[in-house]
Design a protein around this ligand. Sequence first.
Ligand code: AKB
Length: 323
Amino acid sequence: MERILVIGANGQIGNELVTALALQHGADNVIAADLGPRNPFAAAHYEAIDVLDRRLVARIIDTYGITQVYQLAALLSVTGEQAPLKAWSLNMDGLLNILEIARERNAAGKPLRVFWPSSIAAFGPGTPQDNTPQQTVMDPTTIYGISKLAGERLCQYYFSKYDVDVRSIRYPGIISYKSPPGGGTTDYAIAIFHAALRGEPYECYLSADTALPMIYMPDAIRATIALMDASADRIAVRSSYNVAGLSFNPAQLADAIGRQRSGFAITYAPDARQEIADTWPHSLDDSVARSDWNWQPRIALAALVTDMLANVAVVPQEVGQAA
Ligand code: AKB
């Protein structure tokens, strides 16, 4: 029986992951944790903890007899640029704390399986942008991307040196409707739906032809859980796996929305986020994830648009703007 701790549970991924894990393992076996007060999760347990407090995290892990930790707490690409030192400290020390706890537990014969999210932000201007391979040049330009690349190397290091069973995905931009994203470059692909539902035109902060890899939340959750459920001998990559969902640019997304919401209009006013997006891949080669643990995306663009339009709540202000 697994006992699972999700740190960063109030965030965009954490919120939906907790629900999915509670369905799979039973609500009593999932402990949601974050800085703030509890969200109304399906999980039976909630702990207010700071991932930077290693002693407290270790105590929670012992108290609940945790066997798997998902460490999701992080600052993303846009908010990271606004507070680079805070982003570095949270993104790196948060991961290191969990890896160190896992190392100690391995030594004590109480292994802990760890999930940690990397990102397409770990790539950079020297990376081939089309069908970006699993192994390639990685020269990130944002503090977020640098922390993701360093984190990938830490994951590989703790696996090679201490046999820590750590697993990771390089998430594309994640599109979802249940909770807003928090300060990413790919957030336009959510904000655009809110504008469409308000019946307003959308002013996009990226240019019309800026293609980026994206994934719909149900696919992202499926990939995450499939990777964590795979037997260890299937996991050949201990840094982080490329996982692709779909790939499109703002003009293609606006066109797909326009087919289902006639009259929808988009304008373009690229800002500083354009410079970040210009260094990221257009699309990913995820053949290694497909062959290692049978990854297959399910949701195509038209179906994603239908589902988002049916489920996004109409909110008064746009989400996904840089603060
Ligand atoms: C961001 O835009 O910063 C994130 C990411 C791609 O990791 N969504």
